[in-house]
Design a protein. Structure first.
Lengths: 100, 224
């Protein structure tokens, strides 16, 4: 990859990140718009969780990540601390792969 | 915001940074293997600073694709950062130059951490702490992987690929108390899952934003 290809990628990535903080910035917005924007991150992060759990190169796959997420789900529901949740999930997946 | 809150956020940010750094190592290894120089590999992590996009770009290049073929999927995956930036408009304050610098830190991890907090000041602290932690670890990991090469780390063997969705689940869960949030989250997850085998990488997560409609309709139905 040449620098002339890398720099447009960097510029494009930055432009996307800057839409909210730079372009919209501190402009006053109608209350309805703020309500929608504040809710926006929730379905997107939920979609991210689903994709990170089930996607493998564009296919839906059930592997060690699924039982790991079941463990994480129970711990989140039981209000376990953040670090307990993530290490339990990683440990479950690592252990299952070690045994497989 | 108490000192205990600060410490808890800092601990979480450090853990996310370390996990991200491990992925940074594998990015560095893959990037050099795909033919990028050490300088280009490090520059990409500094300037692009979006893990999924970077992996997609070097994946295409490693498979012999052109630079143009590498940029398109990378930007599609980066598209969600625009949605994150919009959802953080109320959190990212300061002068235009300060907001322009903070924009580089708008990614999955910083958004999830910021939106998991109850007030704007705490959200801002969580955003910056997580952003700096991930930025430092991701770039250090990239350099280490690019220099030291293969065999340094295998994130999947450590279960780190399961660590990320678990982390995002833990960060989204407290936000589900908001009116409409459970419906929006379920709709977003369903949309993304259905689209995984049907669309290009990046589209499922972008389309999950449409779940916001379910969130806006649901509470009105419940109250009406």
């Amino acid at each position: 990859m040449s620098w002339t290809a890398l720099l447009p990628l960097a510029a494009g990535s930055y432009a996307l990140k800057a839409v909210g903080p730079v372009v919209v910035g501190r402009r006053p917005m109608p209350a309805g718009a703020i309500e929608v924007l504040e809710l926006l991150s929730i379905p997107v992060l939920a979609g991210l969780v689903a994709v990170q759990t089930l996607n493998s190169g564009g296919e839906l796959v059930v592997d060690a990540r699924v039982p790991a997420m079941a463990v994480a789900g129970v711990l989140v529901w039981r209000r376990a601390p953040f670090l307990v949740v993530v290490f339990a999930a990683a440990g479950t997946a690592a252990l299952l792969r070690l045994l497989a | 915001m108490t000192g205990a809150d600060h410490r808890k956020i800092a601990r979480t940010a450090a853990a996310i940074g370390i996990a991200t750094g491990t992925y940074g190592i594998s990015f560095g290894v893959l990037s050099v293997a795909a033919g990028l120089t050490l300088a280009q590999t490090c520059a990409m992590s500094l300037l692009v600073f979006t893990g999924a996009s970077q992996f997609a770009a070097v994946g295409v290049l490693g498979a012999g694709g052109s630079a143009a073929a590498a940029i398109a999927p990378a930007l599609l995956l980066a598209g969600r950062n625009a949605l994150y930036g919009l959802s953080l408009v109320g959190v990212l304050r300061g002068r235009p130059a300060s907001r322009a610098a903070q924009a580089q830190l708008v990614i999955d991890e910083t958004t999830a951490m910021a939106r998991a907090q109850d007030d704007a000041a705490t959200a801002r602290f969580a955003f910056l702490t997580t952003g700096i932690s991930v930025f430092v670890c991701w770039n250090a990991g990239t350099a280490l992987g690019a220099v030291a090469g293969r065999g340094l780390a295998n994130p999947a063997a450590l279960g780190l690929d399961a660590m990320f969705p678990a982390a995002f689940l833990a960060l989204v869960a407290p936000q589900l108390r908001r009116p409409g949030a459970p419906a929006a989250a379920v709709a977003g997850a369903v949309i993304a899952t259905v689209l995984v085998p049907l669309t290009a990488a990046g589209v499922p997560i972008l389309a999950s934003a449409l779940g916001v409609v379910a969130g806006l309709v649901a509470p009105r139905r419940a109250s009406g």
